[in-house]
Design a protein around this ligand. Structure first.
Ligand SMILES: [Zn+2]
Length: 510
């Protein structure tokens, strides 16, 4: 039995209309799956009905996971912090809101009516694939979740948009329709524009309106140039680059789209098959880059460098120029060799490195902690790090940054910031590879991030947030009441913690 399916976005139907197709089969029990309430028999339901939304959302989510598996192999488990590693709840319609989110408990979508139009966030394959992108990235990089760096949170958002792009590119009718309107991908088109319909809903809503950051589609084909997020405004309308994470993420999404474009246009044929080959190459490099990139304030550069190093291992460096040019167009210089170059010798012998275990001598640990200005007795978490075919030691120090300088409301609250350092060998000695984290810069970056959250009213202050209290915090049935962060009590410390990645920044009900 066929279903009605919107393969891109309800407002992209001029370029790629709704079609009838057989629904994808259920995923095997050895794989990570979705669980969905309200199952109905497949059929040709009308958009706007609950039955249509069920099958639309299911199909879009499975399309995103299928795309991931083409690039990355079988998805056997969700994040170690997800409610279940095998079964992630997927809610096509969780009530009244202009939003969508992933919060480790579920992937959830909403509906909202303004005037004559009801916007269903799950009706857009772009939006569903974006939210699934958060869950997929969380399955390989759970350490990114709580990082209070603008670029790390922005990379999470950009990765969602990249999964929306990849899911679109993986669909053969989409590739044909795309090449018909933009043969070299260099003109504005329905694939590089994401979330057209949801942003239209935000623009129409009188409380949000056309100055809201989410009131226009995000474009992967863009000319935004990277700037230090500490120097950007915390908020602004869609055309302005701000430190708001969806806004700033557009820089990285631009780098990725341009990487696809460069690989495609350097191939001899401009065919649908050549486009698909370019997309698979770039998609594999993106996922591997995101998996291997050391956690740094300059995380866009870190992922870009890891993509170049992955390309060296996977493709003998065939796409180095394509990647470097793409990032350079957005003002990110990669200089990938710098990430693994020895920069200083450390006390103690070369680290012990096995396939799964790594250890540093007490002398090396002590020297490293002293150099990064850690407090006495600070912990250093050491594990094996693999970057572009090289095996190194990844040593992570957790720095507590007081947040009171940002706002009196944050008195006594800290952000816990993982600072990552790579250690290798120089001869028989331990050696620092690449850059060393620096306390003042870490604090500046965290303060910029928290200022941005405060500006968007994105921290839940009302009481202690329950660990799994989605509904308690979400306030079902109210618009844009989904803060991304809360203050949690951990031991005797008040710590800023992430609740979710949500598509509509800010609560905006003031
Ligand atoms: Zn998102």
């Amino acid at each position: 039995m066929a279903i009605n399916f919107i393969p891109n976005d309800p407002l992209a139907s001029n370029a790629l209309p709704m079609r009838q197709q057989a629904p994808r089969p259920d995923r095997g029990t050895t794989l990570a799956r979705f669980v969905m309430p309200g199952a109905v028999a497949p059929g040709l339901y009308r958009p706007g009905t609950a039955e249509f939304l069920f099958w639309q959302c299911r199909e879009a989510a499975l399309a995103a996971v299928d795309t991931w598996e083409i690039l990355q192999g079988p998805l056997r488990q969700w994040s170690p912090y997800a409610i279940s590693r095998k079964r992630l709840p997927l809610h096509p319609n969780d009530g009244d809101d202009l939003n969508a989110y992933y919060d480790r408990q579920s992937v959830s979508f909403f509906e909202h009516t303004t005037g004559a139009k009801t916007t269903f966030s799950a009706a857009s394959t772009d939006v569903v694939a974006h939210e699934c992108g958060h869950a997929l990235l969380d399955s390989i990089r759970p350490d990114l979740w709580d990082s209070p760096f603008v670029e790390v949170a922005a990379l999470h958002e950009a990765f969602g948009d990249c999964m929306a792009l990849l899911t679109a590119f993986a669909d053969p009718p989409t590739r044909r329709a795309l090449l018909a309107v933009s043969p070299d991908l260099a003109t504005s088109n329905f694939v590089e524009a994401t979330a057209e319909d949801l942003s239209d809903g935000v623009r129409r809503d009188p409380r949000l309106g056309p100055r809201h950051p989410a009131s226009a589609p995000r474009h992967a084909l863009n000319s935004f140039r990277w700037r230090l997020p500490t120097t950007l405004p915390a908020s602004g309308p869609p055309p302005v680059l701000t430190s708001e994470v969806h806004s700033f993420g557009r820089v990285f999404t631009g780098c990725f789209y341009d990487t696809v474009r460069n690989i495609f246009t350097s191939s001899s044929a401009r065919t649908e098959a050549a486009l698909w080959a370019a997309v698979r190459t770039a998609g594999k490099l993106l996922i591997r880059g995101a998996r291997e990139a050391p956690l740094r304030p300059r995380f866009f550069q870190s992922v870009g460098r890891a993509m170049v190093l992955a390309d060296r291992t996977l493709n003998a460096g065939a796409n180095r120029q394509a990647i470097g040019d793409a990032f350079s167009r957005h003002a990110i210089a990669l200089g990938s060799a710098a990430m693994l170059a020895p920069t200083a010798s450390l006390a103690g012998p070369a680290p012990l490195l096995g396939a799964r275990r790594a250890s540093l001598s007490a002398a090396t640990r002590g020297d490293l902690l002293k150099r990064i200005g850690a407090r006495p007795g600070a912990r250093l978490s050491v594990r094996v790090g693999k970057v572009g075919g090289s095996t190194v030691v990844s040593a992570v120090h957790y720095r507590e940054v007081p947040l009171q300088p940002v706002s009196r409301r944050l008195k006594g609250v800290v952000a816990v910031v993982p600072e990552s350092t790579l250690v290798g060998a120089a001869g028989t000695r331990a050696a620092l590879l690449g850059a060393l984290p620096e306390a003042t810069s870490t604090a500046d970056e965290v303060h910029a991030f928290v200022e941005m959250l405060m500006e968007h009213d994105d921290i839940a202050f009302e009481g202690a947030a329950p660990a799994a209290g989605r509904r308690a915090v979400a306030g079902r049935g109210r618009t844009c009441e989904l803060p991304t962060h809360a203050i949690r009590l951990m031991g005797r410390k008040k710590v800023l913690s992430r609740l979710r990645f949500a598509s509509c920044p800010g609560r905006f009900v003031r």
